[in-house]
Ligand binder design. Structure first.
Ligand code: ACO
Length: 329
């Protein structure tokens, strides 16, 4: 059987119109614009409207990606949504997206890999396309984190924002272009450093869970920082080594926007010029699984990615879950 690598045929993104600036946060909690900008690079983030659900944002991003790809919703074979903030615990966010788009032929499911969710999704899409089982896959990262953060915890609430990004993936028409490989990793021994402990089977919803805010994001910022700086450079080297390449070959870095200091430190350790990376954390904050497809969409629509350019993608999130992928645009 001939294997055909996949290619990204369309990109799209969506962010709610309501902007919450650092100055707005100064009125809510004991923080400062200077602290947030210096430690994270974030200046503002978007907040979803009342009544707006994760799937609504996902659909807006998906429509733009489908439009660019020239793909009708009923041509989709699969819909994958990476999210930790789905509309409901069951069913998946992806089936709501399917219904709202009218993607009647597609099967749909969510991935729980936190900020690495869309990278995991892209890798799964690539495998289904390489094996010939799918021709058109919609990969989405969508997060409505403003409803799962503790707005009284200044060490975490300043970081996150709401948004969605989408990619339409299909077989590559040119063997020199498309996904080259993805390299995914997990370490459940580090699960405790980033979690939403309450509301699942271990700590079901209860008055105690609500009182202790266990249904909100719990984060050890320093632990995450150290973990990311160790594993992300390794993951990038792994992807390069798989193709006999060196960091100097990379034209673009499309990264999960966790924190500007994490991304810049990883680039510095790899001796990759910071200008090669697309940054938007100043405008959106950390949008978890949405941040990688949003960055790809913005870089693409800005005309930054030229045919044949080598792009390195990298992401890390709760789990811990992380990885890298190499792609020729
Ligand atoms: N405003 C003002 N002061 C604050 C704030 C805030 N929003 N948050 C914490 N502080 C204070 C702390 O209370 C502490 O004060 P103290 O020294 O009097 O005790 C001081 O600032 C330093 O706190 P640290 O937590 O040690 O600050 P640090 O330099 O580690 O920065 C940060 C915190 C930004 C969270 C950092 O650890 C980090 O970026 N970690 C990565 C976390 C991350 O990216 N999470 C995103 C989700 S995971 C992902 O996407 C991979």
């Amino acid at each position: 059987m001939k294997l055909t690598q996949s290619q990204i045929l369309g990109t799209g993104s969506y962010a709610p119109s309501r902007i919450l600036t650092n100055a707005d946060l100064e009125k809510l909690i004991d923080t400062s614009d200077d602290w947030i900008v210096t430690r994270t690079g974030i200046r503002e983030r978007r907040i979803a409207a009342d009544g707006e659900a994760t799937s609504d944002m996902a659909v807006e991003a998906a429509k733009k990606a489908l439009d660019m790809a020239g793909t009708r919703p009923d041509e989709l074979d699969m819909i994958i949504v990476g999210t930790i903030s789905p509309d409901m615990q069951m069913p998946s966010c992806a089936v709501f997206v399917q219904a709202k788009l009218g993607a009647t032929r597609a099967f749909a499911f969510d991935i729980s890999a936190a900020c690495a969710g869309s990278l995991y999704g892209l890798s799964i899409a690539d495998q289904f396309i390489r094996s010939g089982q799918a021709k058109r896959v919609l990969v989405i990262g969508a997060e409505l984190l403003s409803r799962v953060v503790d707005w009284t915890d200044r060490s975490s609430c300043v970081l996150f924002g709401d948004a969605a990004g989408a990619l339409v993936v299909g077989p590559s028409s040119d063997p020199r272009r498309g996904m080259m490989s993805a390299h995914l990793h997990s370490d459940g021994a580090a699960a405790h450093i980033l979690s939403i402990p309450g509301g699942g089977s271990k700590y079901p919803q209860s008055e105690e869970v609500l009182a202790k805010k266990m249904h909100k994001v719990a984060m050890s910022g320093r632990e995450i920082y150290k973990f990311a700086l160790q594993v992300l450079p390794e993951a990038v080297h792994e992807a390069l080594a798989a193709h006999g390449l060196k960091p100097g070959a990379i034209d673009h870095v499309i990264s999960h926007q966790a924190n500007i200091r994490i991304v810049e430190s990883v680039l510095d350790r790899l001796a990759i010029p910071r200008e090669k990376c697309w940054f938007n954390i100043d405008r959106y904050g950390n949008t978890s699984s949405a941040s990688l497809p949003i960055s790809l969409d913005e870089a693409n629509r800005a005309g930054r990615l030229k045919p044949g350019d080598l792009s390195m993608m990298m992401a890390i999130g709760g789990g811990m879950a992380w990885g890298s992928a190499l792609m020729r645009w």
